[in-house]
Write a protein that binds this ligand. Sequence first.
Ligand code: SF4
Length: 698
Amino acid sequence: RAAPPAKEVASVCPYCGVGCQVGFRVRDGAIKEVVGRDGPSNQNRLCVKGRFGFDYIRHPDRLTVPLIRVEGAAKDPADCLDPRRARAKFREATWEEALDRAAAGLARVRDTLGPDALAGFGSAKGSNEEAYLFQKLVRTGFGTNNVDHCTRLCHAASVAALLEGIGSGAVTAPFMAAKDAEVIVVIGARPAENHPVAATFLKDAAARGAKLVTMDPRGSALDRHAAEVVRFAPGRDVPLLNAMLNVVVGEGLYDRQYVAAHTEDFELIRDHVAAYAPEDMAPLCGVPADQIRRVARMFARARTAMILWGMGISQSTHGTDNTRCLIALSLLCGQVGRPGTGLHPLRGQNNVQGASDAGLIPMMFPDYRHTDDDAARGHLERLWGAKLDPKPGLTVVEIMGAAERGELRGMYVMGENPAMSDPDVNHARAALARLDHLVVQDLFLTETAALADVVLPASAWPEKDGTVTNTNRQVQMGRAAVPLPGEARQDLEIIQELARRLGLPWSYAGPREVFAEMAQATHSLANITWDRLEREGSVTYPCAAPDAPGDEIVFGDAFPTENGRARFVPAGVTDPAEMPDAEYPFVLSTGRQLEHWHTGTMTRRAGALDALEPGPTASLSPSELARLGLEPGQRLRLATRRGAIELAARADPTVPDGQVFVPFAFREAAANLLTNPQLDPWGKIPEFKYCAVRVEPL
Ligand code: SF4
């Protein structure tokens, strides 16, 4: 007998910031397949993660009951590497016992050591409603602004520069605007691997005649669609970009009318970039002067041009400076605010834009209102009925530093995995192990949960209703397709249970009610309601009226700054924090792969994806492998001043000589044991894309 037809539940992909709309096809309470729906950012397309990366939700490792650390079981950072040993240190508990224990530990730290001895890490993998409620709990229940999430390890530098330069941290145009662009610059990003469906729109544009310029130290699959491939020395973005600005200004290619009408401080950038002639910068950035001139002219002479960038720009101790240069290039050439133009930092996680908008950041409340802004604080104090601290909180890496020093003693972590994702992760693991009280809410006993006092089994994305906001500023509706396994609970419910135990009289009936309150705290959600999202599936913000489509392209008339003008901010050349030397002669960069997602918590438990990339590899150029006497597949050891890992060699012709690339999804060879925790001074983002490393054949 034929199986009954599967019911299709409309939702959104839980992985990257593209925000592809998916249909979860469900039969007998289980997802049988995932199909692409006709969403604005995917038009029925999906990549391999969206299509095949869903079976993690029923993996045997899934947590289905609350866990409590066994009395006297020591927290040992080595447990992060050994799930069985870690699991043996926990016992199952009822929800009442686990929630009481979790809340009592947090309250004890708050009441004995003060609110700033606590912190919370929320998640860009959850919904807007969860992000909003989580930060509200930390600010009003814990009493501190020590709340952050993975944006700090992602686009924090981009957001810092964008807020400073144009008054808004979000994209000025969706990536689909590439269809109207004559020139598309993709720099420090590998969308064919990390934003695969966005890459299809860029390839379509190139096929229709747009000139695609790819700029990166490594090659990528997008290069074969490019009119220009600019391979520059790692960490040398600023000299390259300043040299392009030098050409635009020096050859009089900039848009005088646009600059006069919409910007300020032109003289600062004009005078600054005069010292960056392409001929002088070429030896530093490794790009021939004539190519620098050619690309700068191409961009400046285009009627329409846009810039998209990724972690290669932001994950750097000069990430904010890198972004300042990109903003200056766009502004000089008047390439903002019209169809086919724009600045687009490609967001990494499915909801990193929304989680940031919802206030999951330590120095700002929802809507990017600074914590020391009296008017914003007053508004929220009235809305929330609670006193708020004007002092900015600590960021992700600062929180770990404070924990390591013993100044911060309790944490609540929801859906983040700092024991894998933080730089110099040995320190992060030691810091987590040192806490008096750690509460982790997740799907699996992650490397971070291995060091917890209480572990709360949470909901996976296909099990929940909620909204998410993608890289294009499209707020989209996700819907529960399957029931929760065992005793796992909705994240929103768990946050509320903890809040009540910490003295907050919360009684939200569900995500709809939370969304309604969030809309009062977040101007960007004006005219976007839960009902509308249920009806339309996706609405772009800002949105001028309840029945108007949102504004895809913004800042055509004015920027959201005090005087409506954008600012030029010059950037000087600084070296990466740790340069190669005789002892550590290679440059290490880390990142994602097409098949694996961040710390691997979900994708390594997704059968098809794990089969495609089953183990950790270090990618080097074939010539470097030969020079080291290594065959592809042979084991090697990578060592930096902070740690060492052993993994298989991979020959990758896209990796330049002198460089090594390692993905950070693999527990058994955690790339972040190697990385440098030095921070960008403005974005407070660590330098994941550059540190000195030694390669040793085994
Ligand atoms: Fe999911 Fe991103 Fe792939 Fe789309 S491109 S299916 S959002 S991982």
